[in-house]
Design a protein around this ligand. Structure first.
Ligand SMILES: NC(=O)c1ccc[n+]([C@@H]2O[C@H](COP(=O)([O-])OP(=O)(O)OC[C@H]3O[C@@H](n4cnc5c(N)ncnc54)[C@H](OP(=O)(O)O)[C@@H]3O)[C@@H](O)[C@H]2O)c1
Length: 250
């Protein structure tokens, strides 16, 4: 048992799939700062190498495309034994229900549901007792937005998987899910800067905390789920109060 409030990860191996950017990178940095040995994974090798070097302390980079079943098996072998697996990697697709192409929907499920599913399954034999898996969903599972039916559904699927695995993998391994609200990250990098800032502002205004989130704030929640020994099967909302926001802007 650790002293109250201490999220100590000394001697632990933390693997962050999605660690090259956004919330994953912030989680990797925070875990390393708490003493963990960290491995970063995602598809972009150059970015992984850059982030691993910036974090330092022996941070490793093992590239992975979660949608490639054979690649996932090889990745698990390369990563080796671990304590905490975090899967923040995903991709999103938006569009009206009647118009969104099925290929976009199945591509999103491949990256945000089946990818994390098979990645967690491949890593499972290597996760030590007392370890954890942390998945990512998002507010849209329970507070839907227009043109986000597919994204809401895939988030709901991840939350369902979390609860089922918490039951099946306990007591050795805890399984939880973080559900972020809108957070400034590379997820929105493709948007024109002005449109993006307007979106952050409009969403922020609608929230009890009157702003969107920062990646570090979500990383802190991931560390809590990794280190709190009595939390499993939880979906932790880190969303500035999005779940309780007023339905019309103030
Ligand atoms: N930011 C938000 O406002 C927000 C809101 C709600 C929910 N979320 C959820 O929070 C999680 C983290 O989001 P974020 O903002 O940190 O996003 P992000 O910065 O876009 O990071 C996503 C990461 O996923 C990796 N990735 C994508 N497809 C992959 C694949 N097939 N295999 C391996 N890696 C893959 C990307 O790296 P490569 O391109 O190198 O593969 C990238 O590093 C996601 O699940 C997201 O849906 C975020």
């Amino acid at each position: 048992m650790t002293a109250l409030g201490v999220m100590d990860l000394s001697g632990k191996h933390v693997v962050v799939v999605g660690g090259g950017s956004g919330i994953g990178r912030a989680t990797a940095q925070a875990a390393a700062a708490q003493g963990a040995r960290v491995t970063l994974s995602s598809r972009n090798r150059d970015r992984l190498a850059e982030v691993a070097q910036a974090i330092g302390g022996g941070t490793a980079a093992v590239p992975l495309d979660m949608t490639d079943a054979q690649g996932v098996a090889a990745w698990a072998g390369a990563v080796g034994a671990l304590d905490h697996l975090v899967i923040s990697a995903s991709s999103a697709a938006h569009g009206p229900f009647a118009e969104m192409e099925m290929a976009a929907l199945t591509g999103m499920f491949a990256a945000k549901f089946f990818g994390p599913y098979q990645t967690a399954r491949a890593a499972l034999p290597q996760i030590g007792d007392g370890g954890s898996i942390t998945f990512f969903s998002g507010v849209l599972s329970r507070r839907p937005g227009l043109n986000c039916a597919g994204l809401g559904a895939v988030n709901g699927a991840v939350e369902g998987l979390t609860r089922a695995l918490a039951l099946e993998l306990g007591p050795a391994i805890r399984v939880n899910c973080v559900s972020p609200g809108m957070v400034r990250s590379e997820a929105y990098a493709a948007m024109p800067a002005e449109t993006r800032e307007r979106m952050y502002e409009a969403t922020g205004e609608s929230l009890p905390l009157a702003r969107v989130g920062e990646t570090d704030e979500v990383a802190e929640a991931v560390l809590f789920l990794m280190t709190n020994s009595f939390t499993t099967g939880a979906v932790l909302d880190v969303d500035g109060g999005h779940m309780v926001r007023q339905y019309a802007t103030r």
